[in-house]
Design a protein around this ligand. Structure first.
Ligand SMILES: C[S@@+](CC[C@H](N)C(=O)[O-])C[C@H]1O[C@@H](n2cnc3c(N)ncnc32)[C@H](O)[C@@H]1O
Length: 473
C-alpha cells in the first residue's frame, strides 16, 4: 500500500468498466498496473485553509506541494462536527484540484483587481480558492446553472466570508451582455468523472464511452460560450476531473483553433504531475497537466491554461440604478454602518423585502451593471433587517470578514459550539444581554441574543446539523 494514502477504503476493481481499463492501459502503458493498484487504496484527505480565518493548527501536517494553503490530514474526521469547518476556517478539497492555485499564480496578474468568472462553480471549491488568492478589490462572479446547487454554493461562499462576490444562476450558453467583461474565466467543466472513481464510485456506475462523448460535446458548448466573455489577453482556465483525450486534449485543441493560445506552466518534476501533449500539433502546440493517483497524493485532475488572442468588443458599463434595491435611508445607514469594521469601504442598500446589503464601494459601479445584466442570486454582503428599533443581523454578516471586530462576543466550548449548531438555546452562569457573536477559538460561528442567563440561538434553520451529537459532547 502506498504509505502516502491515508483515508478510508479505496475502490473494488471488479466494477471498473473494461472500456475504461483499455483506455487507461493505452494511456499509461507500463504505469497502468500501478494506476490500478492506486485505485484500490484509500483516498487521501486534504483541506485548504481560509487565509482570512487563520486559526487552524497545521503542526505536523504535510502540505500539498502545489498549494501553500493546502494540507493533508492523517485521517478523515467528521467535518460536520468541527466548529472550525462550520465557521469557514477551511474547505475540504481534493488535493489535485488545488493545482488551480499554481496555474493562477503563473498566468494571472494577482497583484491588481481582476474581474473573474467561475462559470461552473457549485459547490464552490474553485470559487473559495479564487476568493483566497485574488486581489481583495477583485470581482468574483460564481455561476451555477443547477438551481438546487446554488444554495450550497452560496452557503460555502458565506462561510468563506467575502463581500466581493456575485452568485448567479445561468446556463453557460445564456450569460447575457457580458462580452469582453472578464479578465479570467475558470471552466471547471462537468465531466465523466473518471478521476473521482476511487472517491465516488457512483461516477463509475454512470461511466460509458457514449457519456464521455456527451460530456465532451457539452464542454465544447460551455467553452464556446465562455470565449466571448473574456477580454482580449484574458486568461481561460479549463479543468476536468477526468483522463480521456475526448474531454481533455480534444477540447484543448478546440480552444487553440478558436482564438486562444495555450500557456505552458512550469511545474517541478518532483510534483509528479504529467505534462500531456494536447490539441492538434498542426494548429499549434498545446499542453495540459494531468494528475494521476499512482503518481501523487490526490485524485485524477486535468488543467490547461490559455490566453485569448482574438478581440471581442467589451460591453459598455452602463450602470443605471439597481433593478430591485434602493439606497438605505441615511438614519438606517448610520445604524447599519456600526456592524462593519470599515464601513467607509461600503455603500448601503435595501431590498424590497427589507434586507440590508453592503456593497464594496470599489465595486459599486460594477455591481450596478451586473444587477441589470444577470440573474443574480445574491451579491455583496447581506447584512440583516431592521425590525422596529432593532436590527436583526444575518448569519452571513457574522461569518463575513468585514464584520466589526469590536462587537461583543462569547467564546464557546466545543460542546457548546456543537449545541449552537444543533440550534439549541444555551445557558450561561452570568446574565447576558443583546446581540453577541458566538465564537469558537476566536472565530465567529453566528449570532446569539442574550436574555438573562440564556441566549437565543439565531443560526438559520437550514444550517442546523442534523446528526446526533450526544456521543461527541
Ligand atoms: C465539476 S462541477 C464544478 C465543481 C466546482 N467548480 C468546484 O470546484 O467545487 C461542474 C458544475 O458545472 C455545472 N454545469 C453543468 N452544466 C453546466 C452548464 N451548461 N453551464 C454551467 N455550469 C454547468 C454542474 O451543475 C456542476 O455543478
Amino acid at each position: 500500500m502506498n504509505p502516502l494514502n491515508t483515508s478510508k477504503a479505496g475502490l473494488p476493481l471488479a466494477g471498473l468498466p473494461p472500456a475504461f481499463q483499455a483506455q487507461m492501459q493505452a494511456q499509461l502503458v507500463t504505469e497502468f498496473p500501478d494506476f490500478k493498484t492506486a485505485l484500490t487504496e484509500p483516498t487521501p484527505v486534504s483541506i485548504r485553509l481560509n487565509p482570512r480565518k487563520n486559526v487552524y493548527d497545521t503542526t505536523g501536517l504535510a502540505s500539498v506541494p502545489w498549494c501553500p494553503l493546502g494540507f493533508y490530514l492523517p485521517q478523515r474526521p467528521n467535518f460536520t462536527l468541527d466548529p472550525l469547518f462550520q465557521a469557514g476556517a477551511y474547505y475540504v478539497q481534493e488535493a489535485s484540484s488545488m493545482l488551480l492555485h499554481e496555474a493562477l499564480q503563473q498566468t494571472a496578474n494577482l497583484s491588481r483587481p481582476l474581474r473573474v468568472l467561475d462559470l461552473c462553480a457549485a459547490p464552490g471549491g474553485k470559487s473559495t480558492l479564487l476568493a483566497s488568492v485574488l486581489h481583495p478589490d477583485s470581482l468574483l462572479v460564481c455561476n451555477e446553472v443547477i438551481r438546487s446547487r446554488v444554495s450550497v454554493l452560496r452557503e460555502n461562499l458565506d462561510k468563506w466570508g467575502c463581500s466581493n462576490v456575485v452568485v448567479s444562476s445561468h446556463d453557460s450558453e445564456d450569460m447575457p451582455n457580458l462580452t469582453g467583461f472578464f479578465d479570467v474565466v475558470v471552466v471547471d467543466a462537468p465531466c465523466s468523472g473518471e478521476g473521482l472513481f476511487r472517491k465516488d464510485p457512483d461516477a463509475m456506475e454512470e461511466w460509458s464511452e457514449a457519456n464521455v462523448q456527451l460530456c465532451s460535446a457539452r464542454q465544447k458548448r460551455i467553452l464556446a460560450a465562455a470565449a466571448p466573455l473574456l477580454d482580449k489577453d484574458g486568461i481561460l482556465i479549463y479543468s476536468t476531473c477526468t483522463y480521456n483525450d475526448t474531454e481533455n486534449a480534444e477540447n484543448v485543441g478546440y480552444l487553440t483553433e478558436n482564438g486562444f493560445r495555450n500557456i505552458p506552466l512550469i511545474l517541478p518534476s518532483e510534483w509528479n504531475v504529467v505534462e500531456r501533449q494536447a490539441g492538434d500539433p498542426e494548429t499549434g502546440e498545446a499542453v495540459g497537466y494531468q494528475c494521476y493517483p499512482h503518481r501523487l497524493r490526490g485524485e485524477g485532475f486535468f488543467i490547461s491554461v490559455f490566453k485569448k488572442t482574438s478581440f471581442t468588443a467589451p460591453v459598455k458599463l452602463d450602470a443605471r440604478t439597481f433593478r430591485s434595491i434602493r439606497a438605505l435611508r441615511p438614519r438606517d445607514t448610520a445604524s447599519a454602518a456600526k456592524w462593519l469594521q470599515n464601513p467607509a469601504d461600503f455603500s448601503f442598500w435595501e431590498k424590497p423585502n427589507g434586507d440590508v446589503m453592503a456593497l464594496p464601494k470599489a465595486l459599486e459601479k460594477t455591481f450596478l451593471f451586473l444587477d441589470s445584466a444577470i440573474h443574480n442570486k445574491g451579491f455583496g454582503l447581506e447584512m440583516g433587517q431592521f425590525k422596529g428599533q432593532d436590527f436583526i443581523p444575518s448569519h452571513a454578516l457574522a461569518l463575513s470578514t468585514a464584520v466589526n471586530q469590536s462587537l461583543p462576543g462569547i467564546e464557546l466550548s466545543k460542546e457548546n459550539a456543537l449545541r449552537y449548531f444543533k440550534k439549541e438555546n444555551l445557558v450561561f452562569d452570568e446574565p447576558l444581554k443583546g446581540w453577541l457573536l458566538a465564537q469558537y477559538k476566536g472565530l465567529n460561528l453566528g449570532w446569539v441574543k442574550g436574555v438573562g442567563n440564556r441566549v437565543n440561538n439565531y443560526l438559520p434553520k437550514d444550517w442546523r446539523i442534523r446528526m446526533d451529537i450526544k456521543e461527541y459532547v
